[in-house]
Design a binder for this molecule. Structure first.
Ligand code: NAD
Ligand code: LMR
Length: 400
């Protein structure tokens, strides 16, 4: 019933248990063309090369995605907003390598580190069918006046536009500045591509997503088009469980529910076949490791940003899952969306199946053990406050 895309980028939970044998048999010749050439890698930046190699390594390991001819290629248009940034550049690279992407708009401000036209020119040399075009605006111009061509026809808009944390800051500290940035992007999406999935990476996800979804609702648009990207929490949980158990992270699927900040990040270790074998006494520290992972990167980068490469990987995993769904292969990832799975919590991360129209099913959280039940109560309490900030923002603002 459900398809799967490249495992490391779009890992539908339903298919995790299936054998890889069929896919392994089905590797076509076209795979060999996809192996990166030495020249390509030598010319790439360190970041680009690492991301490209990651993408290809995943293609090798994972095998029944459209990369291998399993599903027909989609013909989708994708935009990355904030495409010149730390996340934006590698995310644009990874999306440009998705065979479901026919057109890629890369958009950023004129004051960005690299002109988006340069990012587009660079990506335009990949040996892929994707057509990449750059779009720019100055800070005093309005996105809604400038992004007609950039956004028209888009099926998916990925939004890493916004300020990252510095050591000592919480994600919540970014709310005012980043909500305004998200609002101008979402306002332009509402005008030019109201049916696109708008995947918000910008922090604080817990408040920005409710704010933007409520603004969509206020304008008469579908709030389920606004999706919060929390995939990095799953990526981290899988990695850390792999390190602790010795199991291959490709075989690990820890759903991470709740939200994307502090105690709202709630890995459900009991629902993964490897993680559930970890001694009970070790779970609180592992749980905290997942919650604090973003802060660990912020501290390690020492004032020069937050997670960018792992986020690009995670964002591409979510983006590819959305496109696989739009292309007719329902695909499931954890995501932070408008939800009814928890009473009195209108936005929540749980498994979400993406289908032909976007969010197709928001799954219940499943069975929890007693540690997780207690954690859930803690997560819900914090989440309610953060959701309220977003709802309050939407009540004071409107989309043009
Ligand atoms: P960055 O500063 O490297 O890049 C941000 C980009 O956004 C810049 O190129 C900037 O010019 C652009 N930008 C700023 N305002 C804009 C606007 N109004 N319109 C268009 N573009 C605009 O930051 P980054 O490291 O890429 O992080 C981006 C955001 O992603 C931050 O808010 C960060 O906290 C968040 N983040 C979220 C997750 C997650 O798991 N959801 C993970 C990591 C980072
Ligand atoms: C992360 O989890 O890495 C991001 O939310 C960035 C941050 O500020 O921690």
């Amino acid at each position: 019933m459900f398809g799967r895309c490249s495992r490391s980028f779009a890992r539908p939970f339903q298919l995790r248990q299936r054998s890889f044998a069929n896919a392994a048999r089905a590797v076509p010749e076209s795979f060999h063309k996809n192996v990166p050439r030495a020249g390509t890698l030598a010319a790439a930046t360190a970041v680009g090369a690492a991301a490209l190699m990651t993408a290809h390594a995943s293609q090798k390991k994972e095998s029944n995605c459209s990369w291998f001819g399993g599903a027909s290629k989609g013909n989708f248009k994708v935009c990355v907003c904030g495409a010149s940034g730390g996340i934006g550049q590698p995310l644009s690279l990874l999306m440009a390598t998705d065979p479901n992407v026919a057109e890629l708009s890369v958009y950023d401000l004129s004051m960005a580190m690299v002109p988006p036209a340069g990012v587009a020119a660079d990506l335009g040399h990949l040996e892929k069918r994707v057509k990449v075009k750059g779009y720019v605006k100055s800070v005093d111009e309005r996105a809604i006046d400038k992004l007609g061509e950039c956004l028209s026809g888009c099926d998916l808009v990925l939004v890493p536009a916004g300020m990252p944390r510095k050591p000592g800051q919480t994600r919540d500290d970014l709310f005012k500045i980043n909500a305004d940035i998200a609002k101008e992007v979402v306002e332009a999406c509402a005008k030019y591509c109201p049916n696109a999935i708008v995947a918000l990476i910008v922090n604080p996800v817990n408040s920005v997503v409710p704010a933007m979804a409520e603004l969509y609702k206020k304008k008469g648009l579908d709030p389920t088009k606004i999706v919060g990207v929390t995939t990095l929490d799953c990526v981290r949980a899988n990695k850390f469980v792999g390190e602790l158990t010795g199991a291959d992270p490709d075989e690990i699927d820890v759903p991470v529910i709740g939200g994307h900040a502090g105690v709202t990040i709630m890995p459900v270790f009991s629902q993964d076949k490897h993680a559930r074998k970890i001694p009970e006494a070790d779970i609180p520290a592992l749980d905290k490791h997942v919650q604090d992972a973003g802060t660990d990167v912020v501290n390690a980068k020492n004032g020069k940003g937050s997670a960018t490469l792992s986020m690009a990987y995670a964002g591409a995993r979510l983006g590819k899952a959305v496109l696989a769904g739009l292309n007719g292969t329902p695909t499931t990832e954890c995501a932070y969306v408008m939800s009814t799975v928890m009473p009195d919590v209108p936005y929540f991360t749980s498994k979400v199946t993406f289908g032909k129209a976007g969010v197709q099913k928001v799954h219940p959280i499943g069975k929890l053990n007693s540690y997780e039940q207690t954690r859930l109560e803690e997560a819900v309490k914090a989440l309610k406050t953060e959701i309220q900030s977003g709802v309050d923002y939407a009540s004071k603002n409107s989309l043009a």
